[in-house]
Every structure is written in C-alpha cells, then in structure tokens.
Design a protein. Structure first.
Length: 251
C-alpha cells in the first residue's frame, strides 16, 4: 500500500557541553585579547570560527581552503601524538608510587561547563585535544603535589602541552580567505593570479582535488548539486552555543 503521508522532518540536533577542571585549560580556551604592549592570543572560540569558515569555503571548491584543512589535520595529528607522549611520560613517573598507596583522580570541586557549537570536525578534534591537556595538567599537578616530580618538570610538562595547542591555533590564525575556485585556477584569471601572488601555489594534488582532508565537505559548484551526498553546512556562529545540527550523512 502506497504511503500518502507527507513527512516533514527537521534537522537532527544534539546538545554538547565541555567540562574543564584546570585554570590552564580554561586559559587556552579563552585566549587573550590584545592590549597595550601585549599581543592577542587566539582561543578555542576563535579557532572554531576559523575552521567553520574553512569548511564552508572548502565546499565552494576553494583549493586554498582544502590546503588549509589538510595542514590543520596534519597539525592536529602531530599535536595528538605529542600529547600522548607527555601522558606516557607521566605514566612512567606514576610507576614510582608505592603499591600500598592508591591515588585517585584530582578533580575540581567546581569545574567550568562550556556549551559548544562546532560546525567542523577539525573543531571537535581540537576540543578533544584540549580535554587531553586538561587531564595532563591535572595529573601533572597531582604528581608534583605527591613528590613524584619536581617543579621544573611540572612546569615543563604543562608548558609543552600548552604549546601544542597554541601552535595549532597559530596555524589556524594565519588562514586568509583566498576567494577563488578551482575553475579560477584552471583559467588562470585575475582572481587566481592575485591568490597565487599572495598565498603561493597549492600542491598540485590539492589543486587538482586528488588530496583532500578526510573531513572535507562535498564540493557544491554553482548551478550544480554536490559532488557527494549533501550535508547541511551550519551557519558560522559569533560565539559557541549549545545546539548543534548533525547532518544525517554524519549521524
């Protein structure tokens, strides 16, 4: 029997919240505003806004956006490996704890809960990295408090973990919208020449679309449908919020 009912389905939506326990991780989240004699430092909200923009521009067939996505993904993988190495160093330190002592996690009695709106997978990966850093700081502070490491080692581990995140944010902060498509590049028109002069020429495999980030969106060209299954691109928010639309091809 034919189904004559009209189904008016809306978007899938999820509420996502990040909980942080350390001031160190909270400062990474906030970044720093510029003031006299002090330069600004990008925080997580700024990084998320940039990656949302890059993803949207990548869907418009901009090879420079694809190039940025590949570079950020590679940087994220390097940072994840670096954070894991620091964590493993702490694991080895904890082996010096006498077996008669059972040491639990040190958690903040008043952690901060932050609602998230993230429109790109590269944004989520950075948040996951921030949670790893939050855990690293907690464990490092506890190791120092219980005399497993000295102050110099404690500060070095905390600073090294923060550097991994700030280096990632610094790479994102250098992104600038090129405003070209692969068709422009193939035609070698004025827009393409201006972009090449300002940003250089992307690697050929990226320029030709053979290499894209595993999180790159389907390309939507003017007057045509997407090259893959379409996904809903979220609007770029001015601030993170709690509601996140989940495209059905990613659910």
């Amino acid at each position: 029997m034919a189904d004559h009912y009209q189904l008016n389905l809306g978007s899938l939506r999820s509420s996502i919240t990040l909980t942080l326990h350390t001031h160190h991780a909270a400062r990474i989240w906030q970044g720093r505003t510029a003031r006299e004699g002090v330069h600004s430092i990008m925080g997580m909200a700024g990084y998320i806004s940039v990656t949302n923009l890059i993803k949207q521009t990548s869907a418009q067939d901009d090879p420079y956006a694809d190039w940025a996505m590949v570079q950020l993904e590679e940087k994220l993988m390097q940072a994840k490996a670096g954070m894991l190495e620091l964590t493993q160093q702490l694991d080895r330190v904890k082996q010096d704890l006498p077996p008669q002592i059972d040491m639990g996690d040190n958690l903040n009695i008043h952690p901060v809960a932050l609602p998230l709106y993230i429109g790109s997978q590269l944004g989520f990966l950075a948040v996951y990295l921030l949670t790893d850093y939050d855990t690293l700081v907690r464990r490092t502070l506890l190791a120092h408090h219980t005399a497993l490491i000295g102050r110099v080692d404690m500060e070095a581990w905390i600073d090294d973990g923060a550097h991994l995140l700030r280096s990632l944010f610094g790479l994102a902060q250098r992104y600038r919208h090129a405003g070209v498509t692969r068709d422009d590049m193939a035609a070698n028109n004025a827009r393409a020449l201006a972009a090449i002069d300002k940003f250089g020429l992307p690697p050929m495999d990226i320029l030709e679309g053979h290499r894209r980030s595993q999180f790159a969106p389907p390309i939507i060209r003017r007057g045509a449908g997407p090259t893959d299954d379409a996904e809903t691109l979220p609007e770029e928010p001015s601030e993170p919020s709690a509601a996140v639309d989940v495209p059905e091809d990613e659910a």
